[in-house]
Ligand binder design. Structure first.
Ligand code: C2E
Ligand code: CA
Ligand code: CA
Length: 629
């Protein structure tokens, strides 16, 4: 007898033909009921009657008898075969909850079937009840040894069969619940979601339909836990899960009614502490994914009632599409997650579709970050120095230390590319310290040669904490024995403004060591000049973007003029950055700017080349200095 499947619709509320998977009361393989009111008069075992039972026996009469016995107590989903060689394929196809297996069959024994099934990782824990007329205790022992979960003697006693099947299924339901469901929400977990996804994509691989996967991450959930406690946090997650269940219904109904997506299926899961997955399968038009996202985002507008609190919650959503963005389940999940992180960057309550670009960008970032971790110990970093000149005298009076990375494969990588990676990964702390010491060493050399130069070092926000920067600077000063006044730390406006009180205290402490402070890229951040008077500063660097507009652009002239006047009123030296032409320098001179840096004199160069530059300076006047190629 070939594979037979008889599904009789169970008594009670008939499932609608368009079930949303995962909704417990219509879910064909739901775990044990979660709350007492979900239990029918049948008691706690009602749900397991929805189990799929696979029976393999060469004796057709036996199959019919067993089915009748089990049908009598409410089981409805049976798959039967008399051909043992079909077993594995049937398990794959129907994912039974229990396998009833005869031992002695022509062609293939029950032992061999068991070995075949157990060899597959995903079926290691599939309950197998062996039915056999074999009275030999050794055979029973062998069956149990090979992984049978239970053993039944033929001829089968109906009550014993019913009880053994019930107990086996109850235990499996419990196990499934532990392995596949999130305790807090009762929704499928990530592992199970992945399995379902894999299966679903396998089924739809040859069709023209698409799937949209939404990674829904609750914003600032940690904040809820921290402020209202874990109990409320858990209750909130549960409320969110129920809302997402409803949204899944809405999404499905909306797609069918308004977009004509008659085949669409929606599946949800609880895939991380505060993250949910929503899969829309069998979409005819992938463009409808946008509609799904809107429904979900709108669904978060109303507050959640939790433990007497009204809690407003937003979610960030990342979306990836199959087959457009990913061919398999793993990629689909990862890409939706990447898109979600991208959405989070935009703030709360945003969404973002996956794009190939992130992939390339993230991959590049990832590999650059890994390489950067080893850059210091492999001596791939070098400090270049750009001369800083006094405009009035035309003489080099200092140098800005700018880090360079000689990547073994990519060649020279610009700091514009790797400094942000270093900042986000925290590597900037080590790199910045290394640059500081390296620049300090160089400064010491110059001081020994009697050169009255200053050295400026760039400092990032992550380095600029009380413990880190103060300790490093103190250590450098005492170890190298350099004149602190010759050391300048360049900090940016945004660093200062992000926490102004702490910044002021820290700047004071650094300045108390005799070190000077410069504000870098001035004009690009908070353009309010007023706050400067409250900060203990020595120097201000006008950003290159303003210098670029000189001498022609009225706005640039006005801004540069105002900045110089105000800085002088506050007793700050003014440095112009990125001076490239003689005309720009002339204009700055006219505006009484004090110092400049820029390609007009020289780009940043290695220390040895910087020495040559100084030699040339003593030999000839600045005007003769050659601009770079
Ligand atoms: P920054 O501190 O504003 O440095 C000035 C940048 O302008 C340097 O780029 C320099 O090479 C470039 N520059 C100088 N003169 C001219 C010019 O006339 N024309 C043009 N077009 N550009 C000019 P660089 O060396 O690529 O550094 C870029 C940024 O990377 C720096 O901007 C700084 O923010 C960061 N950076 C570099 N080294 C370090 C470091 O050791 N630590 C930290 N935290 N940041 C660093
Ligand atoms: Ca700088
Ligand atoms: Ca700058």
């Amino acid at each position: 007898m070939p594979d037979q499947e008889h599904q009789v619709v169970a008594s009670g509320p008939a499932p609608t033909p368009r079930e949303v998977a995962n909704v417990r009361d219509t879910d064909p393989d739901a775990p044990l009921p979660r709350s007492p009111d979900e239990r029918s008069a049948d008691g706690p075992f009602a749900a397991i009657r929805l189990a799929t039972i696979l029976m393999v026996d060469d004796d057709n009469v036996m199959l019919l008898a067993v089915e009748a016995f089990l049908d009598a107590v409410g089981y409805r989903k049976f798959v039967t075969t008399t051909d043992p060689t079909e077993t594995l394929a049937l398990v794959d196809k129907h994912r039974p909850d229990v396998l009833l297996l005869d031992l002695v069959m022509p062609g293939m024994s029950g032992f061999d079937v068991m070995a075949q099934v157990r060899a597959r990782d995903e079926y290691r824990f599939l309950p197998i009840i062996v039915l056999s007329g074999e009275t030999d205790p050794a055979a029973r022992l062998r069956a149990l040894e090979m992984g049978a979960t239970d053993f039944l003697m033929k001829p089968v006693d109906p009550s014993e069969l019913q009880l053994r099947v019930r107990n086996t299924l109850a235990f499996k339901a419990y196990q499934d619940r532990l392995a596949d469901y999130m305790p807090v929400t009762g929704l499928r977990n990530r592992r199970r979601f992945e399995m379902d996804l894999r299966q679903m994509l396998g089924e739809t691989s040859d069709s023209t339909a698409s799937c949209a996967l939404l990674n829904i991450d609750i914003d600032r959930f940690k904040h809820v836990n921290d402020t209202l406690g874990y109990r409320v946090g858990d209750a909130l997650l549960d409320a969110i899960a129920r809302r997402i269940e409803r949204l899944a219904h809405d999404v499905e109904a909306g797609l069918i009614a308004a977009a004509g997506e008659t085949d669409v299926r929606v599946n949800i899961a609880h895939i991380s502490g505060n993250g949910f997955g929503l899969l829309v399968a069998c979409l005819r038009d992938a463009g409808n994914a946008e509609r799904v996202v809107r429904t979900v985002l709108k669904g978060f507008a109303a507050p959640f009632e939790v433990d007497g609190h009204e809690v407003f919650v937003t979610a960030s959503i990342g979306i990836s599409l199959h087959p457009l963005d990913a061919k398999d389940a793993d990629d689909l999940l990862t890409h939706a997650e990447m898109a979600m992180y991208q959405a989070k960057r935009k703030g709360r309550g945003h969404h973002e579709f996956y794009s190939q670009e992130f992939n390339a960008r993230a991959a590049e970032r990832g590999s650059l970050e890994a390489d950067l971790r080893r850059a210091i110990e492999r001596s791939e970093l070098e400090v270049y120095y750009q001369p800083k000149l006094c405009i009035a005298s035309g003489r080099v009076i200092g140098a800005e230390a700018l880090v360079r990375w000689h990547h073994p494969r990519l060649g020279m990588v610009s700091p514009v590319r790797f400094i942000p990676i270093a900042e986000e990964s925290g590597l900037i702390v080590d790199i910045g310290r290394w640059v500081l010491y390296e620049a300090g060493r160089q400064l010491k050399k110059w001081q020994k040669q009697g050169l009255g130069l200053s050295v400026s070092v760039n400092v990032s926000a992550a380095q600029f904490t009380r413990s880190a920067i103060l300790r490093d600077v103190r250590q450098l000063l005492s170890a190298a024995g350099i004149d602190p006044a010759a050391l300048v730390l360049e900090v940016t406006e945004s660093l200062l403004m992000s926490n102004i009180d702490e910044a002021v205290a820290l700047l004071k402490a650094v300045r108390a060591l005799g070190v000077r402070i410069s504000v870098d890229d001035f004009g690009t951040g908070y353009s309010s000049l007023g706050y400067l008077r409250w900060l203990p500063l020595d120097e201000l660097k006008i950003d290159r973007s303003f210098v670029m507009g000189l001498p022609g652009e009225k706005d640039s002239i006005a801004i540069v003029n105002a900045v110089i006047a105000m800085a002088h009123a506050l007793n700050l030296e003014v440095v112009a950055e990125g001076v490239e032409t003689a005309e720009q320098l002339d204009a700055l001179k006219g505006m009484r700017c004090d110092e400049f840096q820029g390609y007009l004199c020289s780009p940043p160069v290695p220390a040895a080349k910087f020495a040559q530059l100084l030699d040339a300076q003593t030999a000839q006047r600045l005007d003769a200095a050659t601009p770079p190629a």
